[in-house]
Design a protein around this ligand. Structure first.
Ligand code: ADP
Length: 511
């Protein structure tokens, strides 16, 4: 072994013994100190603690037991292993030797191997004991640090003004919620724990939540995404949801941190709708005036004048579209528009939507193909048409000339949504897809484009004449029909918007 050998103190009043032991140990590479008096040995040990003490039992003045007792009384020497040495004729009180703190004894005459083996054994035990003590100390410190961190987390969890919940990763059951969450949800903590969002009908869109979880697991973060949260009294709150991973008692869990922005949204909506209402009247009057100018009643315009007039008309029309979309969205969201549901023929709906967009498609040199089915749908036909024309208009807008846009309807009995989530659907649902071969949508935007004013590219509204509200309106219309809408895309290859509406919300209306 390369490690330096230990420091051994030999206390024996017989000089021959001392020499014998000392020579033997020195030969083996130990560092040896030897003394003949018990008191000198104790002082020497306290002044410079050795790794082990070999101690004669029978000594004048202070015998071995007393020396050992003294060594065990001092902090500096109490952990040093003491091995007693006794001559063959001596009476060694073994019980007393162990009682005063000895770890072993050797009887003279010694066998070299035995002495060395015993010394090595006790040095090893002592080293291991020290290691264990150090490790224990480290563990104690870690436990203390963890307790402190846990205490901080618990305090922040309890006192946070933001609703926070912890759910299991495996089956989404609530394992803990803070008082703010309890307050916002309207349920008691006991009613929430053990349940899932679906069980309580908290209204998080399941497919958006699943997508959020996937994003979190893939990228390590999911922050501030807008969700609607349904409280116990059936009141809806608009919240920003952030997710993070944590472990609770070895179980992988999800930390949901919620920021309730309902009031901010209400003020924002109020402001937008107020401004929109105020804008509508003057804008109608502007468009009227532009119309009169374009008829030439007030005098013919030269070419430049006509161009300026055209630009003014295009921009005013865009503004009117924006204002109308804002007001529409607000009315649909607030339930001010009552759905006029009736039995609609799906093939007729698709044909009407395609006819309405035919002119736009031709202008953009895009081919429009419809693949209808014969089925009846219980829905508000005007609103469904509004959603379909919005989706078709986007598909055409974002297609290249010579591209194709497909509008297809199918009946589905086992849709991806109904198999993954508990869903209010009857098994028969109408599944409509609007597919294009256009520029596509990046993965990280597939959710957010359904929010108000969210566009993939900030210049889209200017370049493509959109308002950033079309998909928000579509989603509201589809959700009012108890349906779902989502998008899939391969950037560069095209996008597909999929919507699914139960066919037989009214049993008699199913085909
Ligand atoms: P807009 O009036 O801007 O079209 P929407 O809410 O209808 O507003 O769409 C939001 C954004 O989603 C668009 O600005 C565009 O960036 C993206 N988008 C929508 N449909 C498509 C599509 N078919 N192909 C590519 N991007 C699309």
């Amino acid at each position: 072994m390369n490690t330096p050998k230990a420091d051994i103190l030999v206390i024996d009043d017989t000089p021959e013994n001392l020499h014998l032991l000392s020579d033997m140990l020195t030969q083996q590479g130990y560092k040896v100190r030897s003394v003949t008096k018990g008191m000198t040995g104790v002082r020497g040990a306290i002044a410079a603690p050795p790794d082990l003490v070999l101690l004669d039992v029978n000594m004048p003045q202070m015998n071995g037991y007393e020396v050992c007792q003294q060594l065990k009384q001092s902090d500096r020497t109490q952990d040093i292993p003491v091995i007693f040495i006794s001559a063959l004729g001596d009476v060694l009180d073994k019980v007393k030797a162990f009682a005063v703190g000895g770890v072993d004894y050797i009887t003279k005459p010694f066998q070299v191997e035995e002495v060395l083996a015993r010394i090595e054994t006790h040095l090893t035990i002592c080293r291991l004991q020290k290691q264990i003590q150090n490790r224990n100390q480290q563990l104690q410190q870690e436990i203390q640090e963890r307790q402190q961190a846990e205490e901080k987390f618990t305090k922040a969890f309890r006192a946070s003004p933001h609703p926070i919940a912890i759910t299991t990763l495996a089956d989404h059951r609530f394992v803990e919620v803070n008082p703010s969450f309890v307050r916002m949800s309207g349920y008691t903590r006991e009613a929430i724990l053990g349940q899932t969002s679906d069980d309580l009908g908290l209204g998080f869109r399941p497919e958006a939540y699943e997508q959020g979880l996937k994003t979190l697991l893939a990228t390590g973060s999911f922050c501030n995404q807008e969700f609607e949260f349904r409280t116990q009294g059936d009141r809806w709150r608009t919240v920003l949801l952030s997710l993070d991973r944590i472990h609770l008692a070895e179980t992988p869990c999800i930390l949901q941190i919620i920021n309730d922005i309902t009031e901010r949204k209400r003020l924002e909506n109020e402001f937008i709708s107020l401004v929109s209402h105020e804008l509508r009247t003057p804008m109608s009057s502007i468009i009227g005036s532009l119309d009169i100018l374009s008829t030439g009643q007030l005098g013919e315009l030269n070419e430049q004048g006509k161009q300026v007039l055209k630009m003014a008309t295009t921009n005013t029309e865009r503004l009117i579209r924006l204002v109308n979309d804002i007001l529409d969205l607000e009315r649909i969201k607030s339930g001010k528009i009552n759905l006029q549901k009736t039995v609609c023929n799906v093939a007729d709906l698709l044909t009407q939507a395609a006819e309405a967009m035919q002119a736009m498609a031709e202008k953009a040199q895009v081919k429009l193909i419809i693949e209808p089915i014969e089925a009846n749908l219980w829905a508000d036909p005007d609103r469904i048409l509004q959603a379909l024309t919005n989706l078709l208009s986007n598909a055409i807008k974002f297609s290249e000339p010579q591209g194709t846009v497909w509008l297809k309807a199918e009946k589905t009995e086992n849709s991806p949504l109904t198999t993954h989530h508990s869903s209010p659907y009857s098994p028969d649902a109408l599944f409509i897809t609007v597919r294009d071969e256009g520029r596509g949508i990046p993965q990280d935007k597939l959710q957010s484009i359904f929010e108000r004013f969210q566009q993939v590219d900030a210049s889209d509204s200017r370049k493509k004449g959109g308002t950033g509200l079309g998909l928000a309106i579509c989603r509201n219309i589809v959700e009012q029909h108890d349906g779902h809408i989502w998008a899939e895309s391969s950037p560069g290859k095209g996008s597909v918007f999929k919507l699914q509406i139960p066919l037989s919300a009214k049993p008699s209306a199913s085909s």
